[in-house]
Design a protein around this ligand. Structure first.
Ligand SMILES: CC(C)(COP(=O)(O)OP(=O)(O)OC[C@H]1O[C@@H](n2cnc3c(N)ncnc32)[C@H](O)[C@@H]1OP(=O)(O)O)[C@@H](O)C(=O)NCCC(=O)NCCS
Length: 173
């Protein structure tokens, strides 16, 4: 598995996800911007539940593709979000997408950038040639993180829909 060994940065550890991370993941879902499409937000029946999300984490652990890692702050010893690689809709085979999401309480402290740098370093060491990221045009914080990580925005954009449009970005390794 791509993420079986933990990664370390000066302030963070990025470790393989456990089913017990479902509580953190559910909090992240509840914090999502209302502009995020409905299928990626908690529905009127409260789904996905923690149990649903634990099952998703288990399925990812059992797959042998790249995966997401839980970000833990070293000093506070608390889990604050995830960062890692997911299969890409826009890139070629073996050109995954970088993904990250952090609890709102810790935004603006450089953690996403620090975690992203560690994931990019591992992706480079594992021989990936290119990473992609797609981001909503209104998501200025994420676009800025991607810029800091060396991704460049392409002219290619997704269709304009009720949620805005997606910006496609790429980083050669
Ligand atoms: C995107 C996200 C991961 C950023 O995490 P973070 O730890 O706060 O990121 P960093 O602190 O490393 O960097 C954030 C940058 O965005 C900038 N930023 C944040 N909000 C901004 C705003 N409203 N306008 C302009 N810049 C903004 C910050 O100033 C910082 O840039 P700087 O270092 O040049 O000052 C976090 O906001 C998040 O989890 N959002 C919800 C999930 C999400 O959008 N995931 C990405 C999907 S593509």
């Amino acid at each position: 598995m791509w993420g079986s060994n933990a990664l370390a940065t000066s302030r963070l550890t990025l470790r393989r996800r456990h089913e017990s991370d479902a509580a953190l993941l559910r909090t992240l879902w509840t914090e999502r911007d209302p502009r995020v499409p409905a299928h990626r937000r908690i529905d009127a029946k409260g789904r996905p539940t923690r149990t649903d999300l634990a099952a998703r984490i288990r399925a990812e652990r059992e797959s042998d593709g790249p995966g997401l890692l839980t970000i833990v702050r070293k000093r506070e010893a608390d889990a604050i979000g995830y960062c890692g690689l997911v299969p890409s809709d826009v890139g070629g085979t073996d050109e995954p997408e970088l993904a990250f999401e952090l609890l709102s309480a810790v935004h603006g402290q450089g953690y996403a950038t620090e975690a992203g740098e560690a994931v990019i370093a591992r992706a480079t060491a594992r021989g990936y040639a290119r990473l992609w990221a797609t981001v909503w045009d209104w998501n200025v914080a994420s676009r800025r993180v991607l810029e800091k990580l060396g991704f460049r925005e392409l002219d290619r954009r997704g269709p304009v829909g009720p949620h805005g449009t997606t910006v496609v970005t790429v980083r050669d390794l």
